[in-house]
Ligand binder design. Structure first.
Ligand SMILES: [Zn+2]
Length: 460
C-alpha cells in the first residue's frame, strides 16, 4: 500500500454521499492550499489523480509544504466535512490508518499528520481523532512529499469493499469535536508586550471579530453548489428555477442554504440542508410543522437519488446535432394538421413495456408524432449528419446503466417509467430544460423504433 494523494482522496470519495460529485470533493480539497487552482468542473483531471495516473499540479505541490496547517484544518472543517458522510468516516479513518501501516516506505518516526505533528508510530496507536485535523494533516503530507503516480500499482485495492471491511471495527475510533477549542487566530501577544495598553477585553473582542470574519461565505457557497446540483437548480419548496451553478458562477436568482432540523439537538449538516429562495421560501421554514419539513427532506432525498442515478451515465454525451433535432420536434409538436399513424402500423410494444400507463402514453404520443419525428430525423441525417442509429445506441447504453442501478430499489414500483424519466432528465440536462417535451417525444420514438427496452421483444 501507498499513502499518496490518490489513495487518500479515493478513501474520501468512498466516504461521500452519492450526490456529492467526486470532482467537487477533490477540487474543494485542492483549493485549501491553492485558491486559484479550481478543477471542480474537470472530470478527467480528477479521475487521473484518483487513479494515480498523474501527479498533482505544481500549483498545489509548490504551496502545500509551506501552507499554514491550522488554516488548512479550519478550511477542512468548514468546506470538506460537509461534503462527507459522517456515518462512514470511522471506517474511512481505519482504512487510512491501515494504508499508513502498510506503506513500507514510511519510517515509524516520520511525521505523517502535518497538522498535529504526529508520526506514523503515533498514528498507529491513535484512537481519538479530530476529523478535520487528521484529514488536513494527511492531505498536506501527500501533497508535499509523495509522488502521486507512485501509488499506481496499489490504488486498485481501495474499493468500497475495502472501506466496508472496517465497519465492524468502528468502535475502535472516537471522533472528537474541535469546536469547543478556542479558535486560533492570527493574534498573538509577544512576551513582554504591553497588553494593558489595549486591555485584555479589547483583545478578546478583536479576536472574536477576526474569527467571525474568517467564516466568510465560501463554505456556504460550496454547500449551495452541491444542493442546487442535486435539486436540478430548483427551489425544493416552490419549484422556482434558481439555476445550476456553472464553472464557479452562482445562479442569478437569490437563494440560500436552510437547515431543516427536526429537533433542537439535531446538528446542521449536508443531510438536512436544502437550497431555497432567499427570503420568501427560506422564511417559511421557521413556521413549518415537523411533517412539512419531513416532506421537504423526502423530496431532497428523491432529487439526490435521481441525480445519483443520472451520474451513472456521466460518460455518455450525445452528439450536439441532437439539439437541432429536438428544436425541430419542439416546433411541430402542437401542430394540428399532423399526419396520424395507424397504431397497427407501429411496432407492438406490449411485450417490452410492461407498465400499461406508460405503454398507452407512448402509443398515444407516437400515433400523432411517429411519422413527423421519422421525417425530421431522416431529413437531418442528410442535412447535418445526425446519426439516428448511433443516438439510439447511446440511449440504449444509458438505459442499461440506469436499469442496472434499479435492481436494489424494490420501492420503485414503475421501473420502466422511472428509467424513461431519467433518460429524459439526462438528455435535457445536456440540451437545456426548454426542450424537455421534445426529449420525452424522441425517447418514445426510440421505444417504438425498438432501440430501447428491446431485450424482451427479442426473446419472444
Ligand atoms: Zn422557493
Amino acid at each position: 500500500m501507498k499513502l499518496c494523494f490518490g489513495s487518500f482522496m479515493t478513501v474520501l470519495k468512498l466516504c461521500k454521499p452519492k450526490s456529492v460529485k467526486q470532482k467537487l470533493l477533490c477540487g474543494t480539497v485542492l483549493l485549501s492550499v491553492a485558491p486559484l487552482y479550481d478543477i471542480r468542473n474537470e472530470d478527467g483531471t480528477v479521475h487521473d489523480l484518483l487513479i494515480c495516473r498523474s501527479n498533482l499540479s505544481p500549483q498545489v505541490t509548490d504551496k502545500a509544504p509551506t501552507a499554514d496547517a491550522q488554516e488548512t484544518v479550519g478550511y477542512f472543517k468548514k468546506n470538506i466535512l460537509p461534503l462527507l458522510d459522517a456515518n462512514k468516516m470511522k471506517s474511512g479513518i481505519l482504512a487510512l490508518k491501515d494504508i499508513i501501516a502498510k506503506d513500507n516506505e514510511i519510517k515509524p518516526d516520520v511525521v505523517v499528520d502535518r497538522a498535529s505533528g504526529k508520526t506514523k508510530a503515533d498514528i498507529l496507536k491513535q484512537t481519538s481523532f479530530a476529523l478535520e485535523e487528521f484529514l488536513a494533516g494527511l492531505f498536506l503530507y501527500t501533497a508535499s512529499v509523495v509522488n502521486n503516480t507512485a501509488g499506481k500499482s496499489f490504488i486498485g485495492n481501495i474499493k468500497a469493499e475495502y472501506i466496508e471491511s472496517f465497519d465492524d471495527r468502528s468502535d475502535e475510533i472516537a471522533l472528537v469535536n474541535t469546536s469547543s477549542k478556542p479558535t486560533t487566530t492570527a493574534l498573538t501577544v509577544q512576551e513582554g508586550a504591553q497588553i494593558d495598553v489595549v486591555g485584555v477585553e479589547t483583545l478578546i473582542t478583536i479576536s472574536d471579530q477576526i474569527a467571525k470574519l474568517m467564516v466568510f461565505e465560501k463554505p456556504e457557497k460550496d454547500m449551495l453548489v452541491t444542493l442546487l446540483t442535486e435539486s436540478n437548480g430548483k427551489c425544493l419548496n416552490c419549484g422556482n428555477a434558481l439555476g445550476i451553478p456553472v464553472r464557479n458562477k452562482l445562479p442569478s436568482s437569490k437563494c440560500e442554504v436552510v437547515y431543516l432540523t427536526l429537533s433542537a439537538t439535531e446538528s446542521q449538516g449536508y443531510e438536512n440542508a436544502v437550497a431555497l429562495c432567499e427570503g420568501a421560501c427560506a422564511k417559511e421554514v421557521e413556521v413549518m410543522s415537523v411533517d412539512e419539513k419531513k416532506a421537504l427532506l423526502a423530496s431532497k432525498r428523491r432529487c439526490a437519488e435521481i441525480q445519483a442515478f443520472i451520474e451513472r451515465t456521466e460518460s455518455i454525451r450525445f452528439p450536439k446535432e441532437i439539439e437541432t433535432v429536438l428544436r425541430e420536434i419542439h416546433k411541430v409538436k402542437n401542430l394540428s394538421e399532423l399526419e396520424k399513424t395507424d397504431l397497427k402500423d407501429l411496432v407492438e410494444i406490449e411485450k417490452k413495456i410492461h407498465e400499461p400507463y406508460l405503454k398507452d402514453k407512448i402509443d398515444a404520443s407516437m400515433v400523432r408524432l411517429y411519422k413527423k419525428v421519422k421525417d425530421i430525423c431522416g431529413r437531418l441525417e442528410q442535412e447535418i449528419g445526425f446519426d439516428t442509429q448511433m443516438f439510439g445506441e447511446m440511449m440504449k447504453s444509458a438505459q442499461i446503466l440506469l436499469s442496472s442501478g434499479l435492481k436494489d430499489k424494490p420501492e420503485i414500483t414503475d421501473p420502466q417509467e422511472f428509467v424513461i424519466g431519467l433518460l429524459v432528465e439526462k438528455l435535457s440536462s445536456q440540451v437545456g430544460q426548454q426542450h424537455k417535451d421534445a426529449c420525452d417525444i424522441i425517447i418514445g420514438y426510440l421505444v417504438k423504433r425498438c432501440d430501447l427496452f428491446n431485450e424482451n421483444a427479442k426473446q419472444s
